[in-house]
Design a binder for this molecule. Structure first.
Ligand code: SF4
Length: 231
């Protein structure tokens, strides 16, 4: 029988990307254990995450935990009780232009995908927070732009959760405003909610634009409402 402890041992020992010639630094970065009710998925760890051996350690983490703090989660509490992982779990290195980290290739994402699916199946979270474009594309249609996604949530009834990551977006209910989420929450007890956030990297200017700040505020209000009602 699969267990998180076994999975974590396998992930830490994994060298699949390295063996396939992908330019990664082996050493999977994730945190959390059984009992987490929130599972947060980022893109991939950065170099400071590798040094500290914890997800969202540095600048990106500062902004992310400001957002989560406004939703009601203290950083220490969130790190202790919830689960944090990424689409790919090893540091991909710098991008070719030298600015920011390389986006993991589709081949790397495919190699790491079974780990993500097992994490989701074993944690079985009530809420998943998708942070950044790569994580958001696990669920939302690729053609949807970030400003159409941030500020929404998707609810999956229990009967649709048979395949943990390969959600069919159309099996879920897209929620685009806070009053609808509030009115639905009392009947959403056994399924799973998904809330996307933009990538919190300081290299991204998207969160600084006033029209996008409004979308982020709505996402934070949704998270705060879910936290207060369900978690
Ligand atoms: S990114 Fe995932 S699949 Fe690739 S080596 Fe790291 S743990 Fe293994």
């Amino acid at each position: 029988m699969d267990s998180l402890a076994n999975l974590h041992t396998e992930m830490r020992a994994c060298r699949l990307c390295f063996a396939a010639g992908h330019a990664i630094t082996p050493g999977a970065i994730f945190s959390g254990g059984p009992g987490a009710r929130v599972l947060l998925i980022g893109q991939a760890p950065g170099v400071t995450e590798v040094e500290a051996k914890r997800p969202f350690n540095a600048g990106s983490g500062k902004r992310l935990f400001q957002w989560l703090g406004r939703a009601g989660w203290e950083e220490a509490e969130f790190r202790e009780k919830q689960y944090m992982t990424a689409v790919t779990k090893c540091y991909p290195g710098k991008g070719s232009n030298g600015k920011g980290d390389r986006v993991p290739s589709k081949a790397e994402q495919a190699l790491c995908r079974p780990f993500l699916e097992r994490e989701i199946a074993l944690v079985n979270p009530q809420l998943m927070i998708l942070v950044g474009g790569l994580a958001i594309k696990l669920l939302y249609p690729a053609k949807m732009r970030l400003n159409e996604v941030v500020g929404t949530a998707v609810y999956f009834p229990p009967e649709t959760l048979t395949t943990p990551v390969n959600f069919n977006f159309h099996d879920g209910r897209l929620i685009t405003d806070l009053p609808t989420l509030q009115s639905l929450l009392s009947s959403l007890l056994n399924g799973r909610l998904i809330v996307p956030l933009p990538h919190p990297s300081g290299a991204s200017l998207w969160p600084n634009k006033p029209e996008n700040k409004r979308l982020i505020n709505q996402a934070i209000q949704m998270l705060a409402t879910i936290r207060a009602t369900l978690l």
